[in-house]
Structure formats: structure tokens, C-alpha cells
Design a protein around this ligand. Structure first.
Ligand code: ADE
Ligand code: ZN
Ligand code: ZN
Length: 289
């Protein structure tokens, strides 16, 4: 994709540069336009709740840690120069720029695609080579819980777990349609074109203009009872059923206020669940040292 886009960019430019411009200006212009075209054509699909969603999940979880789990979490966070779970909550996405090789190896761990609308997880079908959010949470949770592992490895596992428990609760990160979790489902949002995945990752949450801290307090104040148990398989299957049953896919491809009024509370409930369940997982993995 990236290479094709860049080649296409060069083609357009070599045909379109005005006569008489200095070679230097042409080069400058070409470089700039090439970068622009590459960015526009090759913007990769979004991979997570946006930064705000992940920070909210991390903050909600941190407030529910036992003293023991929190002490151990702080020790591991310090190894990464961090103080709070929210400081590492977006690291797995940031790898796209900071460590492209590691990002490639973990890219498929941000989501799980069900291949049937029954929303029943079938690992050989839905998680080949163990590369999906369900298997990733199981894998990094086990690394985190095992105190025989090097602390740096456990600290990295903590960052992955904080991120992937958030992702798996974003309904479109555990989808059954063949549209890359709504990345290929175009919609209109406030008069402009975007895709459904972005609406759920960030646009709905960002439209509240609440910071992560403010949003967390709002969700804590409204706290409804949340089942903290369950397994990553169950969390993914819940997400899949939300995509199927709760009006997530607008038939008109038009995101209006009625859509936000209906779906944003569902997104917020998923953030609350993710926070509570992440806390339960960390209390288990980091407690009873
Ligand atoms: N790419 C393919 N499927 C995806 C999903 N469900 N979420 C994010 N990115 C994806
Ligand atoms: Zn992600
Ligand atoms: Zn996403």
C-alpha cells in the first residue's frame, strides 16, 4: 500500500510541475507533495480506542487496584519512567512510530475478527497463530503474573495488558463483519467523511470535550454495577454482540445526534467495564506478592 501510493504520487508530480520553476523549488515542492500524497493515501487503519479512551480505562482501573497490586504496578511502571497506568496506556499504539518492527509483530493483537455473526469465538478460525486481542491478553497477563520473569519484561507486559483490555472492549475491535472493524465502513460525521471505526475510537468521545481526567470522574460518579469477572473470550464476544445488535452500524451511513445519544452511552459503559475488568485482572496478577 505504502509503495503503491508513493509511486502514484511520483507519477502525478512528474506530469504536473510547472515549467520555469527552479530545480530546487521543484524538488522542494515534490518532496512536500509526495509526503502529503503518501500520508493521505496511506493513512493506516486506526488500531485502538483513541488516546483519550485508553487513558480513561487506565484511570478507572488504577482507582480500583488493591494497595498490594498498586505497589507492584508502581514498581514496574517506574522501570518505564512512568508513574501511572495512563502513562503507558497508549504505548502499544505509539510503537507504530517508535518501534515499527515491534509494532508489526504485535499489530494483530489490537483486535479480534469473528468470522461469523454468531459471535462465538473459535480460535483456529478467529485467532490464527495466536495473533489476536484475546490471546494477547492471556499471553501478557501470564508474563505479568510470573515473578520469575525479568522485571523489564513484566513491565512491558503491563503496558500491553492495559492497552489490549481497553481495545477488546471497543466493540469494533471484536467485530464479525469483513470491514476491518468498521475502518472500511464510510460514514458522514458533521458534514465530513470519515469511517465508523474512528467514530468509535475517538470522535464520539472527543466530541464531549472532556479531558481523560474529567471523563473518568464523570464515569465514576455515574457508576453502575459492573460484572468484573469474565474472560477475554467473553469480553470479545460481548463486543461482537454489540456490533450485531445495538445499532452500531447506521444503515444510512450518517452519524447524527440521535446516533450519538444512543451509542455514546454504550461506548461509556464499555469504558467502565474495561476499567473494572482491567483492575480485577491486575489485582490477580500483581496481588499476593
Ligand atoms: N484491522 C482489521 N480488523 C480490525 C479491527 N477489528 N479493528 C482495528 N483494526 C482492524
Ligand atoms: Zn490498540
Ligand atoms: Zn481502533
Amino acid at each position: 500500500m505504502a509503495e503503491a501510493g508513493i509511486r502514484r504520487g511520483k507519477l502525478m508530480l512528474s506530469g504536473g510541475v510547472a515549467v520555469g520553476r527552479s530545480l530546487h523549488m521543484q524538488r522542494l515542492f515534490s518532496t512536500f507533495a509526495l509526503a502529503l500524497v503518501a500520508t493521505l493515501l496511506c493513512a493506516p487503519p486506526a488500531l485502538a480506542w483513541g488516546p483519550r479512551g485508553h487513558r480513561i480505562v487506565a484511570r478507572l482501573a488504577e482507582a480500583q487496584l488493591t494497595p498490594q497490586a498498586w505497589a507492584e504496578a508502581q514498581r514496574l511502571l517506574a522501570l518505564r519512567g512512568a508513574q501511572h497506568l495512563s502513562d503507558v496506556a497508549n504505548w502499544a499504539d505509539d510503537l507504530r512510530n517508535t518501534d515499527p518492527a515491534l509494532f508489526q509483530r504485535t499489530r494483530r493483537m489490537h483486535f479480534v475478527n469473528f468470522h461469523s455473526g454468531d459471535c462465538i469465538y473459535d480460535p483456529p478460525r478467529d485467532c490464527r497463530r495466536g495473533e489476536c486481542a484475546v490471546a494477547a491478553i492471556e499471553k501478557y497477563s501470564a508474563i505479568l503474573a510470573n515473578r520469575a520473569n525479568p522485571p523489564a519484561k513484566r513491565a512491558e507486559a503491563l503496558a500491553f495488558v492495559v492497552h489490549f483490555v481497553g481495545d477488546i472492549h471497543q466493540p469494533l475491535h471484536a467485530d464479525y463483519r469483513h470491514d476491518a472493524g468498521g475502518n472500511d465502513f464510510q460514514v458522514r460525521w458533521h458534514g465530513r467523511g470519515t469511517n465508523l471505526h474512528k467514530v468509535w475510537d475517538s470522535l464520539m468521545l472527543d466530541s464531549t470535550h472532556l479531558s481523560a481526567a474529567q471523563y473518568t470522574r464523570k464515569l465514576q460518579a455515574e457508576d453502575s454495577s459492573i460484572a468484573t469477572g469474565g474472560t477475554p473470550v467473553e469480553w470479545a464476544e460481548e463486543s461482537c454482540r454489540i456490533d450485531r445488535d445495538d445499532g452500531v452500524y447506521p444503515r444510512t451511513h450518517f452519524i447524527d445526534q440521535a446516533y450519538v445519544d444512543r451509542e455514546l452511552p454504550i461506548a461509556e459503559q464499555r469504558l467502565r467495564q474495561a476499567g473494572a475488568r482491567l483492575a480485577a485482572l491486575l489485582n490477580r496478577d500483581l496481588g499476593n506478592g
